[in-house]
Design a binder for this molecule. Sequence first.
Ligand code: CU
Length: 198
Amino acid sequence: MNSRAIRILLVLSAFLAGLVLCFTVVLIVTGRSGVPIAAPSAIGGPFRLTDQNGNTITDQNLKGHPFLVFFGFTHCPDVCPAALFDISEVLNKLGPDAEKVNALMVTVDPERDTPEALKEYLSSFNPRLIGVGGDPDALAAVAKAYRVYYKKVPLKDGDYTRDHTAIVYLRGKNGNFVSPFNLKRRPEDSAADLRRYF
Ligand SMILES: [Cu+2]
């Protein structure tokens, strides 16, 4: 074997060793979470709950229009009111076209968020917003389907708050999952984005 062939072999083996290393790193990185990343179609699912007027609301009722959905609660100190405010701004920007979209807050605090409490709370925001409550087990099942985590956190005064996932999801008019919806931009930009799904 001449020296040129040896050099080529050395370069080749270094390249292969690098490939093996890369592959191992990829395996470690992707394997670390232990759970496979959910396919988008696996986020969310059918539900049968109660809106702030005491009427039954199901995923079937929402078909035909895209909808935004997030999980929250009326006693939330900051995240939920901010999300409701942002969504209201987007709906305001849509004007009459706001009728072509639905927006839901599903409660993670069914003990306090009765239909009456949801109705009272949402009266400060865009009237298109739907507050969704219902049976705690049914709500837990919906949250699980959306990969939403929530937990009761006791406060010093004997009261409690809730930790919760605060992602706003966009679902298409067929009920299919589209993506998390970005509200960290100008409301007119969010509104323009939503129009693409009418
Ligand atoms: Cu909140």
